[in-house]
Ligand binder design. Structure first.
Ligand code: NAP
Length: 301
């Protein structure tokens, strides 16, 4: 057997579809219990502004998952040219609605609307995406809160596969408020998974390749298709691919293929664990969102 084949054999896929399925199964049972006890079921309200194709897909999956596990869901579609004032009013209405437990506003928003104002307008107790500054602050201090769905989902995946991260060097590529920064906080928490020594990288990082080669864990969250290649990865590293990029492909009926931030073909032969795209972080993000929505409902009722 060639050396490369040996590595391929040793490599394990972190199957987000499978783990998300287990989370959803558990939530389905809990919702059935709520119904049996005559209690309120979790209700997620989602706002979609405009008709961006990728956002339509993501929001569609979230609504469908709610239906699958027995949550109530409401999808509010608003036109691309809606004013920030009107969008904020819709959020205030949902904040006041006692039946709504969780609110999410699908990002990105049109350029004329401030993400910050929108995120700040959501009631922190209904902020199931975990983006509100008060929830981000609670996360920073290790207090109970809604963890941002994508990093939360990644932590659930590491936990499921019993990956001991203590003392490992984790390199997070990307520093957005929704993925990279919270990911770096969770990985550096005094917990397991956690207790990593974390390096956070961005577009101004020098010697990125070298930093990646020193990583025991790489979380690629930069949104550049197949950016992380095999030569940037140490033998046996754990590689988490957050990226979702639509790459034009005229051979496909829909005209594009989905690519992650990691070049799977060259990286999979070297690492110990890897998340595929699709089927890795994406389903875990939705599973974590559902866990947050369940928590919002239970905390309130
Ligand atoms: P974002 O807000 O655009 O942030 C990208 C980050 O990557 C920025 O910090 C940027 O650095 C950094 N970056 C860009 N080019 C780089 C380079 N060449 N070298 C090093 N760093 C670089 O993106 P995001 O919202 O965090 O999302 C990242 C990716 O994850 C996207 O593909 C998105 O679609 C995907 N995503 C997936 C899920 C999921 O469920 N799977 C959820 C959320 C996001 P600067 O700060 O210096 O600009």
């Amino acid at each position: 057997m060639k050396e490369q084949e040996l590595y391929l054999c040793a490599m394990q896929i972190l199957d987000g579809q499978l783990v998300a399925g287990a989370v959803k199964e558990e939530l389905t049972i809990r919702v059935a219990q709520l119904v049996a006890e005559g209690r309120k079921v979790p209700h997620l309200a989602a706002i979609l502004v405009g008709n961006n194709g990728a956002s339509e897909t993501y929001i569609g999956s979230k609504v469908k998952t709610c239906q699958d596990i027995g949550f109530k869901s409401t999808l509010i579609r608003l036109p691309e040219d809606i004013s920030e004032f009107k969008l904020l009013n819709s959020i205030h209405d949902l904040n006041r609605d006692p039946d709504v437990d969780g609110i999410l506003v699908q990002l990105p928003l049109p350029k004329s609307i401030s993400d910050e104002n929108v995120i700040n307008a959501i009631d922190p107790f209904k902020d199931v995406d975990g983006f509100h500054p008060s929830n981000a602050g609670r996360m920073l201090q290790g207090l109970p809160t809604f963890l941002p769905a994508t990093p939360h989902g990644i932590m659930l995946l590491l936990e499921h596969y019993k990956i001991d991260t203590r003392g490992l060097h984790a390199v997070v590529i990307g520093r957005s408020n929704i993925v990279g920064r919270p990911m770096s906080i969770l990985l550096s928490n005094n917990s397991n998974p956690g207790n990593c020594t974390v390096t956070i990288c961005h577009s101004h990082t020098k010697n990125l390749d070298e930093i990646c080669r020193s990583a025991d864990i790489i979380v690629a969250a930069l949104g550049r298709a197949e950016f992380v290649t095999g030569d940037m990865v140490k033998e046996g590293a754990i590689v988490i691919d957050v990226g979702i990029t639509r790459v034009p492909d005229s051979t496909k009926k829909r005209g594009y293929v989905i690519r992650g931030d990691v070049q799977f073909s060259t990286v999979a032969t070297k690492c110990s664990f890897i998340t595929p795209v699709p089927g890795g972080v994406g389903p875990m993000t939705i599973a974590a969102l559902m866990k947050n929505t369940y928590k919002a409902c239970i905390d309130k009722n």
